[in-house]
Design a protein around this ligand. Sequence first.
Ligand code: PLP
Length: 375
Amino acid sequence: MNTKIWLSSPHMGGTEQNYIKEAFDANWIAPLGPNVNGFEKDLETYLGQDKKVACLSSGTAAIHLALVQLGVALNDEVICQTFTFCGSSNPIAYQGAIPVFVDSEPETWNMCPKHLETAIKDRIAKGKTPKAIIIVHLYGMPSKIDELLEVASKYKIPVIEDAAEALGSTYKGRQCGTFGAFSILSFNGNKIITTSGGGAMVCNTIEDKNQTVFYATQARDNAPHYEHSKIGYNYRMSNISAGIGRGQMEVLDKHIGLRRDMNTFYVNLFKDIKGVQVQKQPNPDFYSNFWLSCILINEDAPFTKAQFQEAMDAANIETRPLWKPMHMQPIFKDALYFGDNLSEVLFKKGLCLPSGSNLVKEDLDRITKVVKGLL
Ligand SMILES: *Cc1c(COP(=O)(O)O)cnc(C)c1O
């Protein structure tokens, strides 16, 4: 049997273990230390815009702390892109708040500014002004940020930017993860860079960063003993994990280049196959890291989505349906939803394909062979 070709597996650059060794040598085996500080600095330099970064235990934890700091509480409503991973939306439920899901638009597959405005108007008319809006750059594709921020600021609702999949993607030349009141990143095992598990909060001010760290370290007040006037969390990143992150930052841009090459590979592979569409950047304002390359298999394609998946599976090549929209999930079946079902169509027709920066020519040949075999 051929070895498995994964969608996106960890890809170490080589220097990660040096940082881990330093941590062991200095006995910094704790959720703080030089690697945490160093990784935060690396991210701040990379993102620019004078941002302040707090490293956390996961991207989901970062979304949660963004909601906490925006004052989202019991029965508050929070708007969230429906076409996303549950890490974007579950923290709304952690707060006892109520998600309101908004559909995508066809160009980026991310939140539609028009549906967003419809949702906001409806909720305001019912006396339920949303407390926050969670926008996502799915698969690395920047959303229509200007339009979304314009709607959000018109109604003075803060935006949480979920850039978990979009580190290194840019919109009009500016890094994704720098547009929100709070922005979040993820370094889970399958993301563009990984710390095995981890995440970060990107903040606009040092005060916001300090407050994020405060909540992430059990909200300890300034007292000689342990005094708490707020509920805190144990959400800080380990100094060992951060060491992996520092090594990964050295190869981030190189790995983005390789992922973009994977996308070009698929564009070429499918270019003469009617009915198969590779997700693409709408125009040069949108620069995707192409964390995952995705296709839609339409009715006029020479094979069905099921046939394609089956053939890839038989060749030990992973494929995965696009994210199932949150408003279709059993956990959110009663939630409000505004849209025209685009995300449902994407879910029905779409697949993610192997996109890792560590795929080699033999892997690409195997994928090509499966596709040719289906024709
Ligand atoms: C991965 C991911 C998250 C959550 O990140 P974790 O670090 O896995 O908790 C949130 N949102 C999106 C869109 C993601 O892909």
